[in-house]
Design a protein around this ligand. Structure first.
Ligand SMILES: [Mg+2]
Length: 243
């Protein structure tokens, strides 16, 4: 499958989401597209969901791949830092099947960790820009999270690790894929929200406006800091005023 066809197919596939925001942007606005990371960005890390995913990744490495227990934390750390995801390291070094891995590590009851967030739904719905999910997880997990939070209809589409052909954040290609899928040519018209500073720094270099979300406090090198995604209106009111 050539690249153009791949994108067209993906676009068709992901376009199951309603395109609520597509006609609200006007040419006078500075920002036209907002990209949101998913895990620990649209819900707090303290929910326990991400920790549960981490435990299932460890279990997969032990029970399905056969990595000795004592080597798992350092192996996972090495893969995550080297390749952007544990999966990419497992694919390269252990020929792990991505679909099998992704189903296994995300086989979690979302309702045990997340609940509908009508306040966030209201905030996101009121934004005039196009909103996209930009996640290193896969689209099934993303849809589960978004449906549980009650915010799936707020987004025009999902850029996931399959769409990125496993060239995930913070690899430079990932940002180009996100821009292309969202139909954006100029990063200066885009904001990226993410809980990881390493995902924001390359975006900032490319011209994105960057917003670090989460409870880890301020770090040099980004434009905005949000303790919670709910602070978006207080910290970035210009998103609503068109400046
Ligand atoms: Mg995250």
């Amino acid at each position: 499958m050539n690249l153009t066809c791949q994108y067209q197919c993906l676009e068709t596939f992901y376009w199951g989401f309603s395109v609520k925001n597509s006609i609200r942007y006007n040419a006078g606005m500075h920002f036209s597209t907002l990209f949101f990371d998913l895990d620990a960005t649209l819900y707090p890390a303290s929910s326990g969901l991400w920790e549960q995913i981490r435990l299932r990744i460890f279990r997969y490495m032990r029970e399905e791949v056969g990595i000795p227990e004592e080597l798992i934390p350092e192996t996972r750390d090495k893969y995550w830092k080297t390749y952007g995801t544990t999966l990419e390291g497992l694919r390269i070094h252990h020929q792990t099947d991505p679909d099998h891995y992704l189903k296994y590590v995300h086989d979690i009851s979302m309702m045990d960790y997340l609940e509908p967030d009508p306040e966030l739904q209201k905030l996101l719905t009121s934004l005039p820009q196009e909103l996209w999910i930009f996640t290193n997880a896969d689209h099934r997990h993303a849809k589960n999270v978004l449906n549980t939070l009650g915010i799936a209809d707020c987004f025009s589409g999902i850029v996931d690790l399959i769409a990125m052909d496993f060239q995930v954040k913070p690899r430079p290609d990932s940002y180009q894929t996100a821009l292309k899928m969202a139909g954006e040519s100029d990063p200066a018209h885009c904001v990226l929200f993410d809980d990881l500073i390493q995902n924001l720094l390359p975006a900032k270099k490319m011209g994105f406006t960057t917003s670090l979300v989460g409870e880890i406090g301020k770090t040099d090198g980004v434009d905005y800091y949000l303790d919670s995604i709910h602070d978006i209106q207080n910290m970035m009111p210009q998103l609503w005023s068109g400046k």
